[in-house]
Design a protein around this ligand. Structure first.
Ligand code: TTP
Ligand code: MG
Length: 376
């Protein structure tokens, strides 16, 4: 079950909000909500722990956050330059420990510390050392999880947030996972969690009662993954460099949608999320693709490429909506809509368009167009 690796997952607490509070003493100790405006359709990026008491969380409409806590301080624009600066500082700290660092976003990373530059045998002491260094250098708190694989380390870092440290040793893993809700498992999103619930699977323990064949029959290719996860098995390596080919988000509906304005709303929200991640990861892509899967599972993609990246969220969203309009959405019921960006600046080359189609799997129709440099 354990191959003797020591993995740490570090994740900053209420990252954007904590940076804002640090930089502005007037915000300290108060509910702070970053992202969107109470009177618009935007969503919350994150909020301080003082705001979480009111049930506010990431991705909630900001108007709803306002309803729950009108006296919160709402910051509609994050300061990405500042977040990136802190992100760089924490990465430097990680590299003081090991070069096997795999950042997942601005505020979190996996570290494989099986061997490390400090020659420390205790991963727990290393995690404490990292948290302490982060506090000294940035005046911000981070939570950490220590275990023998990535999924357990990630579950652990979330366990005692904020400012917490949790260790899951090989002999603790089984009992730890038994009562864990399936939604906490890596790769189990709300749709899968719903499907599992219908099948009577609520926890890791429930999942473990299902034989491999049955999980595979119910969840396809992901079956073996869930089978292993609930047994604490995850052999993924910590990968220091990851070349990203595309970045996107999609949404499957509980009930098929045949109304174009409603689909446009969903797509707009997806665009906002993808745009935020692009900015966070400092990625500039030139190709935008919208994917639509109809109720009969037939799927189409519509793409458009530019010579330079889309300059702002408005043009990004407008293009996505135009591409949606080129599908049969609105006249045919739709079960899934997605948007993604590819052809990142700095990694272009032949085969990029092909890669894009592969990323989306079995598209039955695809259309690739290169426009004049509208946004050059
Ligand atoms: P998270 O680590 O998921 O959240 P967090 O650091 O704010 O809070 P915590 O880890 O203590 O639970 O995300 C890191 C940052 O990424 C977050 O501060 C803001 C941004 N973000 C969004 O903009 N939108 C989102 O939906 C999420 C989840 C995060
Ligand atoms: Mg965080």
């Amino acid at each position: 079950m354990s191959d003797g690796r020591k993995i740490i997952h570090v994740d900053m607490d209420a990252f954007f909000a904590a940076v804002e509070q640090r930089n502005n003493p007037e915000l300290q100790g108060k509910p702070v909500v970053v992202g969107g405006r109470p009177d618009s359709r935007g969503v919350v990026s994150t909020c301080s722990y003082e705001a979480r008491v009111f049930g506010i969380h990431s991705a909630m409409p900001t108007s709803e956050a306002y309803r729950r806590c009108p006296h919160a301080i709402f910051l509609s624009h994050g300061n990405f330059e500042e977040y990136r600066k802190v992100s760089k500082q924490i990465r430097e700290i990680f590299h003081e420990v090991t070069n096997l660092v795999e950042p997942l976003s601005l505020d979190e990373a996996y570290l494989d510390v099986t061997e490390n530059k400090l020659n420390e045998v205790s991963a727990t002491r290393l995690a404490e050392w990292i948290r302490q260094r982060i506090l000294e250098v940035t005046s911000l708190t981070a939570s950490a999880g220590v275990s023998y694989n990535k999924s357990l380390a990630k579950i652990a870092s979330d366990w005692k947030k904020p400012d917490g440290l949790t260790v899951i040793t090989p002999d603790m893993a089984e009992s730890f996972l038994t009562n864990l809700p399936v939604s906490k498992f890596w790769g189990v999103g709300p749709v899968t969690a719903g499907k599992m619930k219908e099948a009577g699977i609520l926890t890791g323990g429930d999942l473990r009662t299902w034989p491999l064949w049955k999980l595979t029959a119910a969840f396809g290719k992901s079956g073996p993954w869930y089978f292993n996860l609930c047994r604490g098995i995850d052999n993924r390596r910590v990968e220091p460099t990851r070349v990203r080919k595309s970045l996107g988000k999609e949404r499957t509906f509980g009930e098929d949608v045949d109304n174009l304005p409603e689909l446009s709303d969903f797509l707009e929200n997806l665009c906002e999320t993808v745009w935020r991640e692009l900015k966070e990861k400092q990625l500039d892509g030139r190709t935008l693709t919208v994917k639509v899967k109809y109720a009969d599972f037939k799927q189409v993609t519509r793409s458009r490429s530019y010579y330079s990246p889309l300059p702002n969220l408005t043009s990004f969203t407008d293009t996505a909506l135009e591409l949606l309009g080129e599908s049969e959405a609105g006249s045919r019921p739709v079960r899934l809509v997605g948007v993604s960006v590819s052809s990142f600046i700095g990694e272009d080359g032949p085969g990029e368009a092909h890669q894009l189609l592969l990323d989306f799997g079995n598209s039955s129709v695809s259309q690739q167009r290169t426009n004049t440099p509208k946004y050059a």
